[in-house]
Design a protein around this ligand. Structure first.
Ligand code: NAI
Ligand code: COI
Ligand code: MG
Length: 324
């Protein structure tokens, strides 16, 4: 179903009603990244990005799970020193349908002096914080039991409420060790000592930024999948990267973030754990066999394009299914 630029070109809106309605009736949704130069100057309501935000809101997928795992095969692809990147395995739990990307009021205006202003509002209600905090505590409980809540509670009222509600919920999870960190420090700590983190919970904008940052620990943003989940209804599964317009049409893009999003779709959306593991194993197989797109290339490996690495993953999937 078309969304973003494709939908704008076809029917003039970034999220056609039919796309949302088919998505709602589906068991799970796989989303290709949206956006591109062609639509960058469109008015806000006619931007591809608006279509994506409408889709997330329309599906009520408030919890965005963004795992960042440094695979042993890719330690040398990280821009960080081996001893810093090796063994990193963290999960960013990002609030996805609230905060400054959705808050009212927002818009453009002019001051009394005739100067243009643009404004947005960071706003969170307790129910929005509570539901994402619960997902984060449950996630941390199933992982290493460590949860770091990232906010800017030294400055922002919305963050002060965030910290208060997350702290309150900690009493329901005595087995989870809760810490708090300001986002500026978190951005620094992610590069200084990323292994101190297990599960991070944070708001929409901080999660957007920190997960792109975390992706570079793993070698490339082209490796990171995500799951967007709601209380009920289908989940939306997407790579964390955008449409990479700077390399579009050149067969250079790394498809593994999307392939791994399919694995998350199978695991969280369709409860098909075996199929999810098979896809993840096929990705590891492909990397073990030395295939690399340019973004994760290191010396001694085989440089291939998007299409070829995809075919290698497919071959491994077929082999793994045959041998089961
Ligand atoms: N969820 C989504 O659909 C998202 C869409 N966007 C949209 O994407 C467009 C481009 O935004 P950017 O800020 O440039 O972010 P981007 O994530 O598309 O690209 C950032 C950089 O990472 C590289 N990159 C991204 N994915 C890659 C992959 N799979 N393999 C290899 N390299 C990859 C790109 O070539 C670029 O240099 C914009 O229109 C933006 O609004 C941005 C982020 C998320
Ligand atoms: C394109 C934006 C709507 C969002 C974004 O950058 C993201 O979700 O990673
Ligand atoms: Mg982003």
């Amino acid at each position: 179903m078309p969304v973003g630029g494709a939908a704008l070109d076809l029917v003039g809106v970034p999220l056609p009603d039919e796309t949302l309605s088919v998505a709602k009736q589906s068991d799970a949704i796989l989303l290709g990244a949206i956006g591109g130069y062609k639509w960058d100057k469109n008015e806000k309501h006619l931007k591809p990005e608006t279509g994506l935000l409408q889709l997330r809101a329309g599906l009520g997928v408030f919890a965005n799970l963004r795992p960042a795992t440094v695979l042993p095969q890719l330690v040398d692809s990280s821009t960080l020193k081996k001893e810093v990147a090796e063994g990193v395995d963290l999960m960013v739990v990002r609030e996805l349908t609230g905060g400054i990307y959705f808050g009212q009021p927002r818009g453009f205006s002019t001051t009394e002096k005739g100067e243009e202003i643009g404004f947005n509002t960071e706003v969170y209600a307790t129910y929005e914080i509570d539901r994402i905090a619960r997902v984060a505590f449950e996630t941390a409980r199933k992982r290493c039991g460590k949860l770091c809540s990232v906010d800017k509670a030294n400055v922002l009222e919305a963050s002060m409420l965030w910290r208060k509600r997350v702290t309150l919920m900690a009493s329901d999870y005595p087995d989870v060790e809760l810490t708090h960190m300001y986002v500026d420090n978190a951005a620094m700590q992610l590069i200084r000592d990323p292994k101190q983190f297990d599960t991070i919970v944070t708001n929409n904008i901080f999660g957007d930024i920190l997960s792109d940052e975390a992706s570079m620990l793993t070698g490339s943003i082209g490796m990171l999948p995500s799951a967007c989940l709601g209380e009920s209804g289908p989940g939306l599964f997407e790579p964390i990267h955008g449409s990479a317009p700077d390399i579009a049409g050149q067969d250079k893009a790394n498809p593994l973030a999307t392939v791994l999003s399919v694995a998350m779709l199978l695991r969280y959306g369709l409860q098909e754990e075996y199929a999810a593991i098979t896809i993840e194993s096929a990705v590891l197989d492909t990397l073990n066999n030395g295939f690399r797109t340019g973004d994760i290339f290191s010396s001694g490996k085989k440089l291939v394009g998007c299409k070829e690495i995809g075919e290698e993953v497919m071959k491994s999937v077929i082999k793994l299914f045959r041998n089961r």
